[in-house]
Ligand binder design. Sequence first.
Ligand SMILES: [Zn+2]
Length: 263
Amino acid sequence: MLTAEQIISQFEEWAPMSYAEDWDNVGLLIGDAGAPVKKILVALDATEEVIGEAVAGGFDFIICHHPLVYNPIKRVTSADSTGRKIISLVKNGIGCFCAHTNLDKAVGGVSDCLAEKIGLNYVSPLIKEENECIGIGRVGFISEETTLSRLAENVKISLNLPSLRFSGSSDKKIKKVAICGGDGSSARYVDAAISQNCDAYITGDLRYHCVQEALESGIGLIDITHYGSEILVVDAIISRFKNQVEIFPSSIDGQVFKHIGNH
Ligand SMILES: [Zn+2]
């Protein structure tokens, strides 16, 4: 039987913690590294609901994408949700491991899952790390030139989204595309997509002024939501471990937005 440590070391080969950004908090955040792991639950976020699902389903380990805790905390009590989550995990003997920006960058991680689903070829990082072939986001080419509105429609279908927002001229010709999982609204990412002459940039969490500025450069933008851009990685994690341990995706829909209107 695998221990938490063995799972973590396999993860380390895939998405080393050294890839993570300085501000990030990845790795085993709760639990005993030496403990055996029988049943793993995989989710983007270890929310109270997801932890409840783990308790009810007899899981003893959670792998999640977003860190359970980012900043140092001074107390662990049931007065706040972080405290409640930690108490519940410890009480129920459930370990919690997070792979965040290291998994965004890794080969076969968040960015590659998204690039593959969208059908990008000749893929390279949007932001290259020094001396590494990995990095945040991806740039690639779609097989056949299309228009921005047709690309948006195809992305909506391939990601199974109830709706999405796009910005730019509907008939803009699209061949070279940048993508970034999660919050891709940072000027650094948008500028990288523009400076590499991408015709469109697909990400989540796009904001009004960021879009407005980007539009002036002529790039098309597609907002697939933070959750929609990252949820694909859950299956990639499961594929890595399914032959070694019982591992399941969370059945809780972690999308924070609901949609109304005609779609
Ligand atoms: Zn994210």
